[in-house]
Design a protein around this ligand. Structure first.
Ligand code: ZN
Length: 184
């Protein structure tokens, strides 16, 4: 069986370890060691590059995601600030409305108080009117009594006069004539 160099393909003696012409080792692994090493290094480099590239890509994606999240957060913050502002405005409007409402109810209470006061006055006036009409009636009764008394007094005076005048009967007509004649 002839033996050939795996490097230069020249014929070698059987059991020869290295080629006497090109110096290539005749063991397969030994001969291809450099290629395998190069291949492994290439693979490692490619894998490292792949890892780095994937890392870059994911880093970029993460940066983009972070930017997106930041942007969305900013938008939400702006929206929240707007909502807070409109909430504050609404609260202010509510406060004003409540103030106006309490003013209205204050006015209503004042009106009620005025009404109560005037009702009180009216009641007092009514009571006073009642008292006055009672007094009026009392005075009228007193006047009537006094008038009655006056009438009675007049009547008694008249009757007394009548008694006094009774004896003073008019003198007879002749006597009057006589006296008239005597004066002449
Ligand atoms: Zn050789």
């Amino acid at each position: 069986m002839s033996n050939y160099c795996i490097g230069c393909k020249r014929e070698l003696a059987p059991g020869q370890q290295d080629c006497h012409i090109c110096g290539a080792p005749q063991a397969y692994l030994k001969y291809h060691f450099k290629s395998i090493l190069l291949f492994v290094i290439s693979m490692v480099l490619i894998a490292a590059f792949g890892v780095w590239y994937v890392g870059q890509v994911s880093l970029k994606a993460e940066v983009e995601r972070n930017n997106y999240v930041t942007e969305m957060t900013d938008q939400f913050d702006r929206k929240i600030r707007q909502l807070e502002l409109s909430l504050a405005e609404t609260q202010e409007a509510l406060k004003q409305a409540q103030a106006a409402g309490s003013q209205v109810s204050d006015l209503a209470n004042q009106e009620k108080a005025k009404l109560a006061a005037s009702e009180d006055k009216a009641t007092k006036a009514e009571a006073r009117a009642g008292w006055l009409s009672k007094e009026n009636r009392r005075f009228r009764n007193q006047i009537t009594e006094l008038e009655q008394k006056v009438k009675e007094l007049e009547a008694s005076v008249n009757s007394a006069n009548a008694v006094e005048n009774e004896p003073l009967v008019e003198p007879p007509q002749e006597a009057v004539l006589e006296s008239e004649n005597q004066i002449e």
